[in-house]
Design a protein around this ligand. Sequence first.
Ligand SMILES: *[C@@H]1O[C@H](CO)[C@@H](O)[C@H](O)[C@H]1NC(C)=O
Ligand SMILES: *[C@@H]1O[C@H](CO)[C@@H](O)[C@H](O)[C@H]1NC(C)=O
Ligand SMILES: *[C@@H]1O[C@H](CO)[C@@H](O)[C@H](O)[C@H]1NC(C)=O
Ligand SMILES: *[C@@H]1O[C@H](CO)[C@@H](O)[C@H](O)[C@H]1NC(C)=O
Ligand SMILES: [Zn+2]
Ligand SMILES: [Zn+2]
Length: 304
Amino acid sequence: GWLGMAYAWLPFSLHLSKGGVKLSCTNGHLMCAGCFIHLLADARLKEEQATCPNCRCEISKSLCCRNLAVEKAVSELPSECGFCMRQFPRSLLERHQKEECQDRVTQCRYKRIGCPWQGPYHELTVHEAECTHPTKTGNELMEILDEMDQTHKKEMQLYNSIFSLLSFEKIGYTEVQFRPYRTDDFITRLYYETPRFTVLNQTWVLKARVNDSERNPNLSCKRTLSFQLILKSKISSPMECSFLLLKGPYDDVKINPVIYHFIFTNENNETEYVPLPIIDSVECNKLLAAKNINLRLFIFQIQK
Ligand SMILES: *[C@@H]1O[C@H](CO)[C@@H](O)[C@H](O)[C@H]1NC(C)=O
Ligand SMILES: *[C@@H]1O[C@H](CO)[C@@H](O)[C@H](O)[C@H]1NC(C)=O
Ligand SMILES: *[C@@H]1O[C@H](CO)[C@@H](O)[C@H](O)[C@H]1NC(C)=O
Ligand SMILES: *[C@@H]1O[C@H](CO)[C@@H](O)[C@H](O)[C@H]1NC(C)=O
Ligand SMILES: [Zn+2]
Ligand SMILES: [Zn+2]
């Protein structure tokens, strides 16, 4: 039946057995969505047409189609619990890993008063019976809670900074579209640039580049992007700004908010390359595989 066929076609057997969306090339070769996106991203970096690793036919978003039959067949294959390594039908696996597995990672119920213990579920009862946190004195707990407050405060600071920036008098934002280009070096490199845009009555450009953290090309899935903001117009006095790139309305990019600062002058009119804080390299590959990168840029002008 379908199971046999699914196995017979496997070009990416490891990834295929993982469930999720399956695509096939025009000749029917299968790949998982992650591998597909990775192939498109690689092709973009090398400025080549992406091809099926099996038959070398062209692949692209419009040339590949989802294979629902295989998705269903794979969803019925047994798969392994990540904690106890036992096999379960995929449909039961999620519940097993969340609620039933004796080896699933759990946290002490006194976590809220500072117990850092984490361990397999089958050790939880013993730990909780011995846990010293419920017998701590009020003063000891106060100290622990203070520490936890500090950590929490740091996390909140970022959001508070964004909220306070939002109360500035001069705020501008716009949708920006990074488009891919190649350098004209001997070995060309991919970079991205936006068309000129106007924010806060000044003309700007953003550039981005791919910045592989791995030198070894066969491990090149750890990808990051960095970007710089360039002021293109002449200004009469220095312009101190905070700026922030976030997901725009037309793309589903997972991006961590990071606020950068820079004082623009006519001589010092571009920022260093700073990390574009994409959640992980899977997201980064998704961006590279897409034709353009659409984001929203905020500029907050700091007035003294
Ligand atoms: C915007 O800039 C132009 C020239 O660069 C200037 O003439 C105009 O007054 C500026 N507008 C505002 C609102 O600052
Ligand atoms: C990557 O390539 C190097 C040298 O070509 C090799 O030694 C290494 O095992 C490869 N690593 C993987 C994960 O394929
Ligand atoms: C940006 O600054 C450099 C010198 O640092 C200058 O050569 C260039 O003309 C400036 N660009 C603009 C658009 O003002
Ligand atoms: C990658 O970007 C970071 C800043 O985002 C920079 O510090 C680093 O030097 C860059 N690495 C390469 C290889 O370009
Ligand atoms: Zn299990
Ligand atoms: Zn505990």
